[in-house]
Design a binder for this molecule. Structure first.
Ligand SMILES: *[C@@H]1O[C@H](CO)[C@@H](O)[C@H](O)[C@H]1NC(C)=O
Ligand SMILES: *[C@@H]1O[C@H](CO)[C@@H](O)[C@H](O)[C@H]1NC(C)=O
Ligand SMILES: *[C@@H]1O[C@H](CO)[C@@H](O)[C@H](O)[C@H]1NC(C)=O
Ligand SMILES: *[C@@H]1O[C@H](CO)[C@@H](O)[C@H](O)[C@H]1NC(C)=O
Ligand SMILES: CC(=O)N[C@H]1CO[C@H](CO)[C@@H](O)[C@@H]1O
Length: 478
């Protein structure tokens, strides 16, 4: 074990495979960042052991151009299941300007350069969990506050903190406020997957709904034809999609299903559906049309690395780059599942993508006994019955992940839906519903930006209120 290792730079490695969010983060160009200047601090490896005092180096970023010295708020933008390469110029930067806030981001343990180990064996992954990650955030928050106080030559002063996150990091944002309410005035939990789901059939169902009748029928035809061809001439049909290397049929079928998902999750339904429906209406091959979408958009423009769907690749414990798929699968296979399985009826994906496929993957990739204890996770956090306060939840209407999020408002925890043809995952924090890669400031070609603006107004009101209440009670000033 090597605790202070610095891994090579992880550039443009795309997390694939049912992963909630990170590939989009990777697509951002350098100019999409407010800062990429790295800082480091020593983090505790195991927050739950009284005996183990090992530490590892954890990477973070700060951006204080908008900070109202000395009492402005501090916005903690939580990084999730990907390398965290800087602070992105997304909607949180607009909020930081508005509130005179400093922005800070901590890389999630194990991802990017914040890995405690060089080798990602199952044994070494034992400290990779959301519970450890939340504790990391709490320790970091204290560390940063103390450093700031030192810089400002003062002690025992607390700025007002607010946490933000999208997707899995959105869940961490909600859970941080739940578990450490004294450390943040509130939380924005965008497309936050707070509910661990074992048998996640609603995910596939949402794809059908987001697609609409014609596209849904075309996609189901693709699935049926591919299933048939797989039985007769597997090699040929895999080759058609550039997936000749795949040994496990389930991996190939999951890859095909996920390719369609991304169109809806990230607001580009027409890129997928228009050519597919055209092909069907004109008597052309829908399978060819789909293969073209997969190769040109999903693998091409979107930039997904096909091998990360291959269990052979996921088993590799010595991955200096592209290890995010293995890391995220470990979290899936131990804590949260979100198994995107075919529903028994009217499925979009092949019925071979079932619970068995996922459980076999967990076992094959990580070993005997690796199994997602979703009940434990939901007991620990409450799932959609989360007993938090001052958390804003937001969901995109077309996003399959919203069925693992909190979709109803409750006292002190408002929930908003952003509804439009293109509204997908984390839409509220990015510039443009159908171009999640366009960050802030370019909404010229956006469809339905009003749907986003409306929810942002609400978000601002909540942040404003909760920051002022934090100040008024004096709770956060020691
Ligand atoms: C972190 O730990 C290393 C190794 O013990 C030490 O050399 C370094 O000074 C520490 N860094 C900070 C910021 O405390
Ligand atoms: C820091 O504060 C102390 C106590 O108020 C003061 O004596 C000292 O001069 C200050 N130092 C600096 C560098 O401002
Ligand atoms: C998974 O959910 C579907 C419907 O939502 C249900 O029909 C099926 O029995 C469930 N499977 C298991 C193993 O619970
Ligand atoms: C299966 O799906 C079809 C089409 O949506 C629907 O008409 C039928 O009622 C469903 N059957 C069951 C058992 O849910
Ligand atoms: C489809 C769905 O469940 N949408 C929900 C999203 O959140 C809003 C606000 O709580 C609900 O009103 C919607 O029903």
């Amino acid at each position: 074990m090597k605790l202070y290792s610095v891994l090579p730079l992880l550039l443009l490695q795309l997390l694939t495979h049912g992963a909630v969010e990170s590939r989009v983060l990777h697509m951002a160009s350098d100019s999409a960042y407010l800062t990429k200047e790295e800082h480091w601090f020593n983090q505790t490896l195991d927050h739950f052991s009284p005996l183990d005092h090992r530490q590892f180096r954890q990477r973070y970023y700060e951006f204080s151009d908008n900070f109202q010295v000395p009492d402005g708020p501090i916005f903690l933008k939580i990084c999730g299941e990907a390398s965290c390469d800087g602070i992105q110029n997304d909607y949180t930067s607009v909020l930081a300007k508005k509130f005179g806030a400093a922005l800070v981001s901590l890389e999630h343990r194990y991802y990017g350069k914040s890995s405690p180990f060089n080798s990602l064996t199952t044994e070494n992954l034992r400290y990779l969990s959301s519970k450890q990650a939340l504790f990391d955030l709490a320790v970091f928050r204290q560390y940063y506050q103390e450093s700031l106080n030192m810089k400002l030559n003062r002690s025992n002063v607390e700025n007002r903190w607010f946490v933000f996150g999208v997707s899995y990091a959105g869940a961490l944002s909600a859970w941080f406020r739940l578990k450490f309410p004294h450390l943040t005035c509130g939380s924005l939990a965008s497309s936050a997957v707070v509910h661990a789901v074992y048998n996640f059939t609603d995910f596939d169902k949402q794809i059908g709904e987001s697609a609409g009748a014609d596209c849904k029928a075309a996609l189901q035809e693709v699935t049926k034809l591919v299933d048939e061809k797989l039985a007769s001439d597997g090699k040929a049909v895999k080759a058609l999609f550039g997936a000749a290397k795949f040994k496990i049929d389930g991996d190939f079928l999951f890859f095909l299903a996920d390719a369609a998902v991304m169109a809806f999750q990230y607001g580009n339904p027409d890129v997928l559906c228009s050519p597919l429906v055209d092909a069907k209406n004109n008597g052309l091959s829908v399978v060819d049309a789909y293969a073209n979408y997969v190769k040109s958009f999903f693998l091409g423009k979107f930039g997904v690395d096909i091998q990360t769907y291959d269990q052979q690749y996921l088993k590799n414990t010595d991955l200096p780059e592209g290890n995010e798929a293995r890391l995220w699968w470990f979290q899936v296979c131990t804590e949260v599942a979100y198994f995107q399985v075919a529903p028994p009826n009217d499925s979009m994906r092949s019925s071979m993508v079932d619970l068995r496929y996922h459980l076999d993957l967990c076992k094959n990739v990580f070993g005997e006994g690796i199994y997602p204890d979703v009940d434990m996770t939901n007991i620990y956090y409450g799932g959609t019955d989360i007993a938090g306060s001052k958390i804003v939840f937001s969901n995109g209407s077309q996003d399959p992940w919203r069925h693992a999020s909190k979709q109803t408002s409750s006292p002190n925890m408002p929930s908003y839906i952003i509804s439009c043809h293109n509204c997908g995952h984390g839409t509220d924090l990015r510039g443009c519903p159908q171009s999640p890669l366009n960050l802030e400031g370019d909404d010229k070609h956006c469809g339905s930006p009003e749907a986003v603006y409306k929810v942002r107004e609400q978000i601002i009101d909540h942040i404003d209120l909760w920051l002022s209440e934090c100040q008024a009670t004096g709770r956060s000033y020691l």
